[in-house]
Design a protein around this ligand. Structure first.
Ligand code: FES
Length: 159
């Protein structure tokens, strides 16, 4: 099921088995994201109806957790640490250079769908910053060249 074909009935079908379970809403949202690839707009209404919550409550949960996303991600996801220790080790310059080289913008997915650039706040590599993550692979002492090489290699494999 793609995001474009997701309607409220299909999302309700995914959500309903989690009603009444401990942590059911989070599990339901995870299931929707796993199935569709992201949380389409109709998720709020479907989950609110199923769990007898307001749409605002569901929206609050979705926006609280950084792992939930409201739009499809690019084929490759690059996360750059924007927390203090990495900022002190050149994180801001790294982000600027990556945006320039890969024509991306943090928080956005490129129009071609090849790249999503995200800021995260700590990847657990604080003493070896700036830290990055390319499709789940951690990178300590990240440089523009290393990130670009990892991105290019991933793109080549995915085509
Ligand atoms: S501050 Fe960047 S990895 Fe912890």
């Amino acid at each position: 099921m793609s995001g474009a074909s997701a309607n409220i009935d299909s999302v309700e079908t995914i959500v309903r088995p989690f009603v009444g379970r401990t942590g059911g809403l989070i599990s339901a949202l995870r299931a929707v994201q796993a199935k569709i690839g992201y949380l389409p707009e109709v998720t709020e209404a479907a989950a609110a109806g199923a769990f007898n919550l307001s749409r605002a409550e569901v929206k609050g949960v979705i926006s609280f957790y950084a792992d939930f996303h409201r739009a499809p991600k690019g084929r490759t996801v690059i996360r750059l640490c924007a927390a203090e220790a990495c900022q002190a080790q050149g994180g801001r310059d790294l982000e600027r250079e990556i945006e320039k080289r890969l024509a991306g913008k943090h928080g956005k997915t490129s129009a071609s769908g090849d790249l999503t650039l995200e800021r995260v706040y700590c990847l657990g590599l604080c003493s070896a910053g700036p830290a990055a993550m390319v499709d789940g692979a951690l990178m300590a002492r990240a440089t523009p060249d290393r990130i670009e090489a990892a991105f290019t290699a991933k793109e080549r494999r995915k085509r």
